[in-house]
Design a protein around this ligand. Structure first.
Ligand code: ZN
Ligand code: ZN
Length: 157
């Protein structure tokens, strides 16, 4: 998965994501309530990671200001369904850019423009897990985040 081009058709990204969200929830028997949908829509407004506060601001800009707890609950739901990813190093969220069925993806975070892209690298996770197990460690969750500069920012430097 590469970084999105700066002038791509973003409304198409959002439409694809919302369609995927509907299908994922239906398949899993969960409900994409209006509130959850709205939170997803706001996270997806940009490919840059957004903190919870910014997501609340985005929601308030086109509707009533939500209570933080409802936003956190909706984010937990979206995280659990793989529709949103948490960028742990920034304490922020980004909409999932492609379907990867619960398989972990590494996150590439541009330190210059804030863009976040997903990198499919299952072999990295497998390797880390087997090395940890070899040490007698019982792995549960593995997060891989790489900071640096996206192609656009690296090119303009
Ligand atoms: Zn993803
Ligand atoms: Zn960048």
């Amino acid at each position: 998965m590469s970084f999105p081009a700066s002038h791509h058709n973003h409304s198409q990204c959002t439409a694809d994501l919302l369609g995927r969200a509907e299908r994922t929830c239906e398949r899993r028997g969960s409900r994409l309530t209006a509130q959850r949908r709205e939170v997803l829509n706001c996270v997806a407004e940009s490919h840059n990671a957004a903190g919870a506060y910014e997501i609340i601001e985005r929601m308030a800009s086109h509707g009533p200001r939500p209570a933080p707890i409802t936003v956190y609950r909706a984010l937990d739901f979206l995280l659990a369904h793989g529709l949103v990813h948490k960028v742990e190093s920034r304490n922020a969220y980004v909409a999932c850019s492609h379907s990867h069925d619960g398989e972990p993806a590494a996150l590439l975070v541009c330190e210059s423009c804030g863009l976040v892209a997903e990198l499919d690298a299952p072999e990295v996770f497998t390797k880390l897990e087997s090395s940890a197990k070899a040490q007698g460690f019982a792995p549960q969750r593995c997060i891989v985040e790489m900071t640096g500069r996206c192609g656009q920012c690296a090119g303009s430097a």
